[in-house]
Design a protein around this ligand. Structure first.
Ligand SMILES: [Zn+2]
Length: 137
């Protein structure tokens, strides 16, 4: 059996997570600000973060680049829920650990539940699956 090449695996993960991100933008669109996503070196204590910049208005989701595909996807769904919950308002004022804890309120988990249901149980996984098979027809 062929041993999988870590670099190839990495690229496959990044491609897959980018497809999920595209699906999120289409399925849960918002007009408040642009949203971008990037992969960053591992940071102590965080697998993902989301921050907001005012000019021009933009949310940036950063994902730990050492995560595997499933970890990266669940982290992406989590951070995306922060942007949609309360219109992203809570992200603007995170300064202390207490603010960070307050981010994970009922509205946040309601939103995360909606997103996860849509992704895992209502066609999201299939919509984000690799399309290469279609070419072989
Ligand atoms: Zn969070």
């Amino acid at each position: 059996m062929k041993r999988s090449n870590p670099k190839v695996e990495r690229l496959r993960t990044i491609r897959h997570v980018r497809r999920v991100f595209g699906w999120l933008l289409e399925t849960f669109s918002q007009r408040r600000a642009r949203i971008s996503m990037c992969f960053v070196p591992a940071r102590q204590g965080y697998v993902g973060t989301c921050c907001y910049k005012k000019a021009p208005p933009r949310f940036t989701i950063s994902l730990d680049r050492t995560l595997d595909t499933n970890e990266a996807i669940s982290t992406l769904l989590h951070e995306y829920a922060h942007i949609l919950a309360n219109g992203g308002a809570a992200i603007f004022k995170v300064k202390t650990p207490e603010d960070d804890a307050a981010l994970h309120d009922d509205e946040f988990y309601q939103m995360l539940g909606d997103i996860e249901r849509c992704y895992y149980y209502d066609g999201g996984v299939e919509a984000c699956a690799e399309k290469s098979r279609d070419k072989r027809k």
